[in-house]
Design a binder for this molecule. Structure first.
Ligand SMILES: [Zn+2]
Length: 137
């Protein structure tokens, strides 16, 4: 297993009222961005389903300069209907994210849980304060 020091939370930057399901995200990453696979390790859709992307043993493609030592978790959403950054997580997404992070905690107990924004302040992603919200996990 590679060394993992960070669990990085993302949003898909999908506006409210629109969908980007797992298959669509996968398609975009492989066919438009030319990744070999979806960039994230986990993708949480609005219905609360947790989709497995890349195996965590493999390096993802989700956060410049931090991919080698991190796990990427993304939720579907992150923008208001008119495109402004917004925490659009549904209750099901919040519950699923919490459960997933608790599971990951057991696998990588020392990894810090951060938002993409914490590593790159130019990004609003994931549009909520992940450090604050998950500091107790
Ligand atoms: Zn991001």
């Amino acid at each position: 297993m590679r060394k993992i020091t960070l669990i990085i939370i993302h949003c898909s930057a999908t506006p409210e009222g629109r969908n980007l399901d797992f298959e669509a995200c996968h398609y975009e990453h492989v066919h438009h961005r030319r990744f070999k696979d979806i960039g994230y390790h986990f993708y949480i859709t609005r219905d609360g389903d947790i989709h497995r992307g890349r195996p965590i043993e493999q390096i993802g493609a989700h956060c410049k300069d931090h991919n080698a030592h991190s796990i990427g978790v993304c939720y579907e959403g992150g923008l208001s209907a008119d495109g402004v950054p917004k925490d659009t997580r549904t209750m099901k997404q919040k519950g699923a994210m919490l459960a997933l992070l608790r599971e990951l905690r057991a696998i990588v107990p020392k990894a810090l849980i951060v938002g993409h924004h914490d590593l790159n302040p130019l990004k609003a992603c994931p549009c909520f304060n992940a450090v604050k919200e998950f500091k107790g996990i």
